[in-house]
Design a protein around this ligand. Structure first.
Ligand code: NOJ
Ligand code: CA
Length: 576
């Protein structure tokens, strides 16, 4: 397997609006991030990804760009950005920008031109279609907000497509001049010295331009079969690679959903010259219902195990690569999904970090995850919510469909993306040290206990555990490149796997339940791990309770994680 820096890095997601505010306006900014540069260095991460910081009317917190070449004034200036880049580089930290290619803001000058007349040179930068004969939209697709994906524009009497908000019109990648302008913009940032991109919704940029009606009974994004992995997607990515990526030594991580199995190789196999890696939401959306993301569905450990196995197989045997994540700014905090935020917050946060940092693929940590941040419903009334999916859901369900308000609010309180975007908790002073003013979203009331300053002091904190896990991964290449095999198939509480490379094998056992869990390794694995030594565990006495002698069989405590390493027994690899 080829070794490269982007496979070996640990990437940290910064949501700039909520990270650190330097001027007391309640909104995080670039000087704020700069003031935390040493914190990031100390954490041990290699790369930061900044969610969008470009000029934007901000209806989707930066994912609606009105000027790709300017920094949003709330966040600072281009000089602030350049200084941040320089200071990060001085600390050996790479900087990735978020690249939003699928849509712009409707306030972008291209769209203002495009909508002005049918023969404007920018008309085809976006996707326009006439109404159906009966005057209805060109097709029946819904957007990710659960509303119609087309909006009629009075000026020219045609509809434009928007997979998200009507204020986020979709760009027309089938039009070559648009692609050329996008490549130019990417080169502008790369020439400034940034280290790559996280690419938003990248597998939506080529649509089936026949725009057929969909038969999917789904609230959000019902047109997905015709908008994901579309007819020209690989052609455009290869062109992008040739025109842009191939000229720089960078990281390219595509946000992709509905990219499974062999698709991953099409996007990430090095010989295809497209992307370095894809970020897939299968795990973090496991508890979301397909027909309506605001409703929850039951999931089992088998479901999670098969997702992990699929990721690991695609990466390993065939040469693709994944970015691995369980939390980001679009999902609930991972302890709320997979752990127990009330009774075993610390144990489950550490257990999940053990998973994240011992899988093959490039791990992504979402700010605050390293503190074990969780969310209990914090915002209560629809007026308190800021993110557009929650607001749109309320509109559609309560105002349009007349559903019971309390029932819908209960779902929004559980699921809204705002909960993963509350301010970073730095210390126990006013607003958790995030701002001296009034934070744009409330700080979680648990900040007195869960904050950087307190956790730095405590050797058993989630933060100190993350630091150890990040360092462990960096020092042991087997965790990045080694093979992967599930042990304890079908176990209802434990996920267990072996990672191995050359003559080293690592065994990871993770209890996903709030009860004790017994296990017995199959004979061949037990044999190979016979002389294994204890490496790390998430209870302060894990080593004492689980010395190597217990490996063949044993009992894990609630949400317990243990990692062992065995050397010199692996001449022929682990038997399959
Ligand atoms: C994915 C981003 O992560 C999300 O926050 C955003 O709303 C959509 N793409 C649209 O850009
Ligand atoms: Ca600010």
């Amino acid at each position: 397997m080829n070794m490269t820096h982007w496979k070996e890095s640990t990437i940290y997601e910064i949501y700039p609006r909520s990270f650190a505010d330097s001027n007391g306006d309640g909104i995080g900014d670039l000087p704020g991030i700069l003031s935390k540069a040493d914190y990031l260095k100390d954490l041990g991460i290699d790369t930061i990804w900044l969610t969008p910081i470009y000029a934007s009317p901000d209806i989707d917190h930066g994912y609606d760009i009105s000027d790709y070449y300017t920094i949003q004034s709330e966040y600072g200036t281009m000089e602030d950005f350049e200084l941040l880049l320089q200071e990060m580089h001085q600390r050996g930290i790479r900087v990735l920008m978020d690249l939003v290619l699928n849509h712009t803001s409707d306030e972008h000058p291209w769209f203002e031109q495009s909508r002005s007349s049918k023969d404007n040179p920018y008309r085809d930068y976006y996707i326009w279609r006439p109404a159906k004969e009966d005057g209805s939209p060109p097709n029946n697709w819904t957007s990710y907000l659960g509303k119609p994906a087309w909006t009629l524009d009075e000026q020219t009497g045609e509809y434009y497509l928007h997979l998200y908000n009507a204020k986020q019109p979709d760009l027309n990648w089938d039009y070559p001049p648009l692609r050329k302008d996008m490549y130019k913009m990417m080169r502008f940032w790369l020439d400034k010295g940034i280290d790559g991109f996280r690419i938003d919704a990248v597998n939506s940029i080529s649509k089936d331009q026949r725009f057929p009606d969909t038969h999917q009974e789904k609230l959000q994004a019902s047109g997905e079969p015709f908008t994901k992995n579309g007819p020209h997607i690989h052609e455009y990515l290869q062109e992008m690679h040739k025109e842009v990526f191939s000229h720089y030594d960078i990281v390219t991580a595509g946000e992709t959903s509905k990219v499974v199995e062999q698709n991953v190789l099409l996007y990430t196999h090095p010989a295809r010259k497209e992307l370095n890696m894809v970020l897939s939401p299968e795990a973090s959306t496991l508890a979301d219902r397909t027909e309506d993301e605001f409703q929850t569905q039951e999931w089992t450990l088998d479901d999670l195990r098969s997702i992990l196995t699929m990721w690991q197989k695609d990466i390993g045997e065939d040469g693709g690569w994944f970015g691995i994540y369980f939390s980001n700014h679009d999902q609930r905090r991972m302890v709320n999904i997979f752990g127990d935020p009330v009774n075993y917050r610390i144990q489950s946060a550490k257990m999940l970090s053990t998973l994240l940092l011992t899988l093959r693929g490039t791990p992504f940590i979402h700010q605050g995850e390293e503190l074990g941040m969780v969310h209990n419903p914090l915002l209560h009334h629809i007026e308190d919510f800021k993110e557009q999916q929650a607001l749109a859901y309320y509109d559609v369900m309560v105002r349009e469909r007349g559903e019971n308000e309390e029932k819908i609010m209960e779902r929004i309180r559980q699921k809204s993306r705002d909960h993963a975007r509350t301010p970073m908790q730095w210390d126990d002073s006013h607003a958790a040290g995030f701002t001296t003013g009034k934070p744009w979203l409330p700080v979680h009331p648990d900040y007195k206990e869960i904050n950087v300053a307190a956790e730095q002091q405590n050797p058993h904190s989630v933060l100190n555990y993350y630091k150890k896990m990040i360092a462990l991964r960096k020092e042991n290449k087997v965790l990045t490149y080694g093979d992967f095999k599930i042990v304890l198939e079908n176990h209802s509480q434990i996920i267990g796997y072996i990672r191995w490379m050359d003559d080293e094998a690592w065994l990871v056992l993770l209890n996903f339940s709030g009860e004790e869990a017994g296990y017995e390794l199959p004979d061949n694995e037990a044999d190979r791990m016979r002389q294994a030594s204890f490496i790390i565990g998430n209870y302060s006495d894990s080593q004492h309770v689980h010395p190597n002698i217990h490996i063949p069989s044993g009992t894990l405590r609630p949400y317990e994680a243990v990692v062992y390493k065995s050397e010199g027994l692996m001449d022929d690899g682990v038997s399959q």
